[in-house]
Design a protein. Structure first.
Lengths: 314, 355, 476
C-alpha cells in the first residue's frame, strides 16, 4: 500500500528544497513561540542551578538573573552548581560524609546501552528494510504489520516471560540482555522508517550497476546505503530519544551494575526518605538531557532532510 | 526488480552438507529431546541453544546458496524480534487462556473465561470499560492536540530564517525529557500551593485556583503535558514534508493567483499526507499506552483511569497475570482495528487522488 | 554494587583465596558467603549497610558480604514483586511492607523462621525482645498467629509534627483560648493530650489568607492549620483512616476472625461511618492540594517543611527532613507529639496503623547463608547496634533500647515513640491485600474529592470486600 507520495520524482530531481526565505520578522515570531514552548524545560534547567532551599519558594523563583532589573528581586535566585556535584556524591545519612551515588556508572551505562542497541537496531533494521523493499517475501505486508504490532502493547505484558527467559539464558542484569531487548524495541520503528527510504530510491542506478556485474552486496553498500545516510541519521535520533528514556525494562532487567539513569533518577523523586528533591532531580535531568540534545542538534540537518525522503509506504 | 533464481535441488536428507537443513533439524531434535529429558535445565538450555544455532546456520547456508536474499536480509531482525518480543507476546497470549497468578504457583486452563471476566463480570468489568472509555478520550484529545500543535509549529518553521536552527532545537527538546522527570515537574507546575500555574492565576484572578480538583481540570492537565512533550514529534515529521514541496509549484501558484487555502490543499497537503499518517499511527499507538503521566499527576483520580494503568494495577500490583494478559489482548485488538482503519482510509483517499 | 566495588570484592576474594592456599593445611577453610538484600534506598537502609561494612565481624570466621541492592522507593514494590514472581531467586533478604507478607508467603517466597527460632534460643530471645505489637505486625502471617517471618528493619508510627513558634505565640494562645475555651497545645505533652476535635479546632483556627497576621507577622502566603495524608496513591489515606476507625471502636475487616468475621456490617458499621466523616470533615482545613486526591505523606511533609501548616500527622520516617535546615524552614521550630486520640470514657484511645518495614528471609537461601543470616539478624537486633541505629536516626522496637532515658534525646519525635508502640495495629496480611487496598483507596479518593459521602463509600468497600473475601474462602 502507498500512503505517501513519491515526491522524490518531482522534488529530488528538479532542484532545491522548497524552503522559502523569510526574514527577521519570522525569527522574532518563532523566537517568541519557541521560548514559550521551551519554558517548562528552561524551568527545570534553572531549578538545577537553584539553591536547594529556594526550590519551593512562594512566589516561585524563576530566573538566575534580574535581567538588568526587569525581573523583580523576589523572583530571582542566586545560581549555584552545588546540585550537579550532589548528583555524583552527597550525604546519604545524617551526619556522615558524602558518599558516591554511582551516577557516573549510571551515565556510562545509559550511554553504552542506548548507543549500542540503537546502532544494532539500525544495522539489523536497515538490512531487513532493504530485504522487505527489494526482495518482497510472500505476505510482505503481513510481516510488516506484525512487526508494527510489537510496538502496540504496553511493556508490562511481556515483562514476566522476558524475565524468565533472561534468567534461563543467564542474561539477567547483563549489558547484553538489555541491549538485545532494546534492539528489538527499536526494530519496528527502524524497519518502518528505513523501508520507506529504500522504497523512495529509484532502481535505475541499481539495475545499471547489476548489468555492469556488481554483486548484490556491492549494490547495497555502494549504491543504496549512501543515498539513505540522512534517513539513517533520522532513525538514529528517534531511536536514541526513545531508548534513552526507557524505564520499565531498565528497572526490571538491570542490576546495580548495569542500572541506567532513568531508573536511578527516582533516587531524587523519593530522596532520603522524604519526597522529591527538586533541585537534585532537575540537575540529573539536565545532565541527562545534554548528550541526546547535542546528538539531535548536530544531526538536525540530516534529520530534516532525512525524514523528507521517508514517507510512509507499505 | 527480479533476482535470477538458479534452480538447485536441495540435498537429500542424509547427505552431510552445510546446507542440509532437513538433516540439521533431525539431528537437532534427536539431540535436544534426550538433553531436555536427562540434563538439568541450566545445561540443557545451552544444548538446545546450540542445536537451534546449528539449524539456523543450515538455513542460512541454504538460503545463501540458493540466493534467497530477501529471507537472509530479514532473518536477523526477525530473529531478534521473535525472541525478545513476539515470543513473550505469544507466551502472554497463551497465559490469557489460563487462570494464573504469578505470585501463586498454580495454573489451570480456563478457555475464554478471562476475556469474559474482564469484559462482562459485574464487579471487574465496569472499571475496565470505564478505563477504556477514558483511554479513548485521551487518545482523541492528546493525538488531536499533538497533530494540531505539531502542524502549526511546523508551518512556523517551514521557511528559512535567521537562527532557525537554534530555535528549532528548543522546540524539539520536550520530547527528549524523561517522562518521570517531566511528569514530576508538571505536578509542581500544577500544585496549588507551590506551583507556577496557580500563582499566576491567583495573582490575576484572585481566589484559590486548583487545576487538578475536577475531571475537566485533571484531563486538561494530563493532555497538556502529553501534547507538550510529543507535539515536536509530529512537528518534525510534518516539517519534513513541508520543506520537501518543490518551490516551483508555489511559484506557479503565485502566477495563477491561487488562493492560500487552495494552495494548501492542492500543493502542500499531498506532500505531508503520508507523514501525517505516520505521525498519527505512532502517536495513536503511544496514546493507547498512556499511563506514566496519569500515575504521576492523578493516580487515576478524578476519573482519569486509563486502560494501561488499569493493566499495570492488575498485572503488576495484584499479580493477576492472566487477567492482565486478557485485557492487553483486548486492547491490542482495538489498536489493530484502529490502525488498519487509518491505513485503509489513507489508501482509499490516496487511490482517489491518483486516479 | 558498583564496578569499583566489584573489583574490590574480587581482590578481596583473591586475597582470601591466596591466604587459604598458604594456610589451607592447618586452618578450616573460611567460606565466602554473600547475602544479597533488596532494600529501598533511604537512610535507615543506608545506615544498616554502613554499620555492617564498618562493624560486622561474623563469629563463624567466614567472610560474609552483604550485597545490598538499593532500589529507589517509588519502584521498590515493582522491582521486588517482579523479581519474586518471575522466580529470579536473586535476593536472600528482602525489606518488605508488612502487608505484603501474605501474598509472598503463599507464593512460597518468604521463609518461615519458626524452625530457626526453635533451633537457636539466643535468636529466639532476640526476636522476642521486639515489642509484641511490632512483632505481630512485622513477623506474623496470618496476622497475630505463631508463624514468624520477619524482623524489624525500620519500625515506624504516625506522630504529630508541629510548629512551636506558631503554637506557643502569646497572641495566638490568647485568641485560641477566647474562641474555644481551651489552651492551644504548645508543648509536647499538650500535643500528646490532643483529641481529633482539638486537631480540627487547630485546623479551623489557623486557616489564614495571605496578608493576614500569623503569630504577629503578616503572611506572605496562605497558611493552614493541619494536614494529614489524603492521597489516592498506595495506602496514603487508609493508614490514617484505619486509626480513626479503630479509635472510635469500629473495625476494618479483621483477618484474625476469619473465616467467621464479616466485612459487611463491620467495615460499614455506623461507628466506622462516623470515623470516616470525622476524617473527611477536616479536609477542608487543609492546604488546597487535599482537594485533588494527591496529598500523600510526601506532600504533607513538604508543606510542613515549607512552613505552610501548623501541624502535620506523618510517619517518623519522614522526620529527618524536618530538622535539616537546608530543606526545612521549621527546623528549629519543631515540636512533636503523639498522633491525636479519641476520648472514650474519659480516657484517650489512640489506636493507629503501624508503618515501617520488616525484612524477611527468602526460601531459596542455602543452609550456609541461612546460618550467616541468623547471625546477622542477631547482630542487627542487638542492643548495641540498635542503640547506634537510633542515634543515627533510626528507630528501635527493642524494649531495652527505647526505654533507655537516652533514647528520647536522639531525635525530637522519640519522646512519642514508646507510648505509641502499645497502640499499633496492622492492616490485613492476606494475599488479597493489594486488591483490597486498591479498591479502598479508590473509594476513599471519591470521598476525599467530594464525589460521594462516607456512608456510600464504606458501603461500596464493604460490598467489594465481602465478595472478594468470600470468593477467596476467607469469609464463610
Amino acid at each position: 500500500m502507498t500512503a505517501g507520495v513519491s515526491f522524490r520524482a518531482l522534488a529530488g530531481r528538479r532542484g532545491r528544497r522548497g524552503v522559502a526565505e523569510a526574514g527577521w520578522g519570522r525569527t522574532a515570531a518563532a523566537a517568541l513561540v519557541s521560548l514559550v514552548y521551551f519554558l517548562p524545560v528552561l524551568f527545570i534547567i534553572f531549578t538545577a542551578i537553584k539553591p536547594q532551599e529556594l526550590a519551593l519558594s512562594v512566589p516561585p523563583t524563576i530566573s538566575p538573573t534580574s535581567l538588568f532589573g526587569l525581573i523583580p528581586d523576589q523572583f530571582v535566585f542566586p545560581p549555584t552548581l552545588e546540585n550537579f556535584s550532589s548528583v555524583f556524591s552527597r550525604v546519604m545519612t545524617t551526619g556522615s560524609a558524602p558518599e558516591p551515588t554511582g551516577f557516573d556508572l549510571y551515565f556510562f551505562n545509559s550511554i553504552v546501552i542506548a548507543t549500542v542497541s540503537v546502532l544494532l537496531a539500525l544495522v539489523l533494521g536497515t538490512l531487513a528494510a532493504y530485504g522487505f523493499s527489494r526482495y518482497p517475501l510472500k505476505g510482505n505486508d503481513t510481516y510488516l504489520f506484525i512487526i508494527l504490532t510489537t510496538r502496540m502493547l504496553p511493556a508490562i505484558v511481556v515483562i514476566i516471560p522476558v524475565i524468565l527467559m533472561f534468567r534461563a539464558a543467564g542474561l539477567s542484569g547483563s549489558y547484553l540482555g538489555i541491549i538485545l531487548l532494546y534492539t528489538a524495541f527499536n526494530l519496528a520503528f527502524t524497519i518502518w522508517m528505513m523501508k520507506s527510504f529504500f522504497d523512495e530510491l529509484s532502481s535505475d542506478v541499481e539495475d545499471a550497476a547489476r548489468i555492469d556485474g556488481s554483486s548484490e552486496t556491492k549494490v547495497f553498500l555502494k549504491i543504496c546505503l549512501p543515498q539513505v545516510v540522512a534517513g539513517l541519521a533520522a532513525t538514529f535520533v528517534f531511536g536514541l530519544i526513545l531508548t534513552w528514556n526507557e524505564f520499565l525494562f531498565a528497572l526490571l532487567l538491570t542490576s546495580t551494575d548495569t542500572r541506567t539513569v532513568p531508573v536511578a533518577m527516582n533516587q531524587a523523586v523519593s530522596s532520603g526518605g522524604r519526597g522529591t528533591d527538586w533541585t537534585l532531580l532537575a540537575a540529573i535531568e539536565t545532565l541527562f538531557l545534554i548528550p541526546v540534545f547535542l546528538v539531535t542538534f548536530f544531526l538536525q540537518n540530516h534529520l530534516l532532510r532525512g525524514v523528507t525522503f521517508g514517507t510512509v509506504k507499505r | 526488480m527480479s533476482v535470477t533464481q538458479i534452480a538447485r535441488t536441495s540435498p537429500a536428507l542424509l547427505v552431510v552438507s552445510p546446507d542440509n537443513w532437513r538433516l540439521a533439524i533431525a539431528v537437532g531434535l534427536l539431540v535436544s529431546a534426550p538433553a531436555v529429558a536427562a540434563l538439568p535445565p541450566g545445561t540443557s538450555f545451552w544444548v538446545v541453544g546450540a542445536m537451534v544455532a546449528l539449524v539456523a546456520a543450515a538455513f542460512v547456508v541454504n538460503a545463501w546458496r540458493r540466493r534467497y536474499y530477501g529471507g537472509l536480509l530479514v532473518a536477523p531482525a526477525i530473529a531478534v524480534l521473535f525472541v525478545m518480543n513476539i515470543f513473550p507476546l505469544l507466551w502472554s497470549l497463551g497465559l490469557s487462556f489460563f487462570a494464573y497468578q504469578s505470585n501463586l504457583q498454580s495454573i489451570r486452563f480456563v478457555g475464554l473465561y478471562n476475556y469474559t471476566k474482564v469484559l462482562t463480570n459485574e464487579i471487574a468489568a465496569p472499571d475496565n470499560w470505564n478505563a477504556l472509555v477514558n483511554t479513548g478520550m485521551f487518545v482523541v484529545l492528546t493525538v488531536s492536540a499533538q497533530m494540531i500543535v505539531g502542524f502549526l509549529l511546523a508551518m512556523m518553521f517551514a521557511k528559512e530564517f535567521p537562527l532557525r536552527r537554534y530555535l528549532l532545537i528548543l522546540v524539539l527538546t520536550p520530547m527528549m525529557l524523561s517522562v518521570v522527570a517531566a511528569g514530576v515537574f508538571f505536578t509542581y507546575y500544577y500544585d496549588p500551593t507551590f506551583g507556577i500555574l496557580s500563582y499566576v492565576v491567583n495573582s490575576i484572578a484572585g481566589g484559590q485556583f486548583i487545576l487538578m480538583s475536577s475531571k475537566a481540570g485533571a484531563v486538561a492537565g494530563i493532555v497538556f503535558a502529553d501534547a507538550w512533550m510529543w507535539s515536536p514529534f509530529v512537528m518534525l515529521l510534518v516539517l519534513a514534508g513541508l520543506v520537501s514541496v518543490p518551490k516551483y509549484l508555489y511559484e506557479a501558484a503565485a502566477i495563477d493567483r491561487v488562493s492560500a487555502w487552495r494552495r494548501f490543499w492542492c500543493i502542500t497537503f499531498p506532500y505531508i499526507r503520508g507523514l501525517l499518517m505516520l505521525a498519527l499511527l505512532f502517536r495513536t499507538i503511544e496514546a493507547f499506552k498512556l499511563a506514566d503521566l496519569v500515575i504521576l499527576l492523578t493516580k487515576g483520580g478524578n476519573d482519569t483511569m486509563t486502560i494501561s494503568y488499569q493493566l499495570i494495577r492488575i498485572a503488576n500490583e495484584q499479580n493477576k497475570t492472566s487477567e492482565g494478559a486478557a485485557i492487553s489482548y483486548v486492547m491490542l485488538f482495538m489498536v489493530i482495528v484502529l490502525t488498519n482503519l487509518y491505513l485503509y482510509l489513507a489508501n482509499r483517499r490516496n487511490r482517489r487522488v491518483e486516479t | 554494587m558498583t564496578a569499583s566495588s566489584t573489583i574490590k570484592h574480587a581482590l578481596l576474594a583473591a586475597g582470601v583465596a591466596a591466604s587459604l592456599v598458604t594456610l589451607g593445611a592447618t586452618w578450616a577453610p573460611a567460606e565466602e558467603v554473600t547475602l544479597t538484600m533488596a532494600v529501598p534506598d533511604w537512610p535507615p537502609t543506608r545506615i544498616m549497610k554502613k554499620f555492617f561494612d564498618e562493624q560486622y565481624k561474623p563469629k563463624s570466621g567466614n567472610h560474609v558480604v552483604l550485597d545490598v541492592d538499593f532500589i529507589p522507593w517509588p519502584d521498590f514494590y515493582t522491582r521486588v514483586n517482579a523479581s519474586l514472581t518471575s522466580g529470579e531467586k536473586k535476593y536472600n533478604f528482602i525489606v518488605s511492607d508488612s502487608q505484603w507478607l501474605g501474598a509472598f508467603v503463599e507464593g512460597g517466597y518468604y521463609r518461615k523462621i519458626n524452625d530457626l527460632l526453635d533451633a537457636d534460643p539466643e535468636f529466639k530471645k532476640t526476636v522476642l525482645s521486639v515489642h509484641p505489637a511490632v512483632l505481630a505486625a512485622y513477623s506474623t502471617y496470618p496476622y497475630k498467629s505463631k508463624n514468624y517471618y520477619g524482623f524489624p528493619q525500620f519500625p515506624d508510627v504516625l506522630v504529630n509534627f508541629a510548629r512551636k513558634d506558631v503554637l506557643c505565640d502569646a497572641t495566638e494562645q490568647k485568641s485560641f483560648m477566647a474562641k474555644y475555651g481551651k489552651k492551644l497545645p504548645c508543648t509536647g505533652e499538650e500535643l500528646d493530650a490532643m483529641t481529633w476535635d482539638d486537631f480540627r479546632n487547630v485546623g479551623e483556627f489557623f486557616r489564614r489568607k495571605k496578608g493576614e497576621m500569623l503569630a504577629g507577622k503578616p503572611l506572605d502566603d496562605d497558611f493552614y492549620g493541619i494536614a494529614y495524608q489524603a492521597g489516592k496513591g498506595y495506602d496514603f489515606a487508609s493508614m490514617q483512616i484505619n486509626g480513626m476507625i479503630w479509635q472510635m471502636g469500629g473495625n476494618i475487616w479483621d483477618e484474625t476472625q476469619a473465616p467467621t468475621g464479616q466485612a459487611e456490617g463491620v467495615v460499614n458499621s455506623p461507628v466506622a461511618v462516623k470515623a470516616l466523616e470525622q476524617y473527611l470533615g477536616m479536609i477542608e482545613y487543609m492546604p488546597p492540594v487535599a482537594k485533588t486526591g494527591t496529598m500523600d505523606i510526601f506532600k504533607t511533609d513538604e508543606l510542613f517543611r515549607e512552613g505552610k501548616v501548623a501541624m502535620n500527622v506523618d510517619w517518623i520516617g519522614l522526620g529527618e527532613g524536618t530538622i535539616d535546615p537546608k530543606i526545612s524552614k521549621v527546623a528549629d521550630k519543631l515540636v512533636v507529639g503523639m498522633m491525636p486520640g479519641t476520648l472514650v470514657d474519659g480516657k484517650l484511645v489512640r489506636w493507629s496503623n503501624i508503618g515501617g518495614q520488616p525484612f524477611v528471609l527468602t526460601t531459596w537461601t542455602t543452609p550456609l547463608q541461612t546460618k550467616e543470616a541468623v547471625e546477622f539478624v542477631k547482630w542487627w537486633l542487638s542492643d548495641d547496634i540498635q542503640r547506634q541505629f537510633a542515634a543515627a536516626g533510626g528507630q528501635s522496637a527493642i524494649k531495652s533500647v527505647y526505654e533507655d532515658p537516652k533514647y528520647v534525646t536522639y531525635r525530637p519525635w522519640n519522646r512519642a515513640w514508646a507510648a505509641s508502640l502499645d497502640w499499633q495495629k496492622d492492616v490485613w496480611h492476606v494475599p488479597q491485600f493489594f486488591e483490597l487496598l486498591t479498591e479502598q483507596q479508590d473509594q476513599f479518593d471519591l470521598a476525599i474529592t467530594g464525589e460521594q459521602d462516607a456512608k456510600t463509600t464504606l458501603d461500596n468497600i464493604a460490598k467489594f470486600q465481602q465478595n472478594l473475601l468470600t470468593e477467596a474462602g476467607l469469609i464463610q
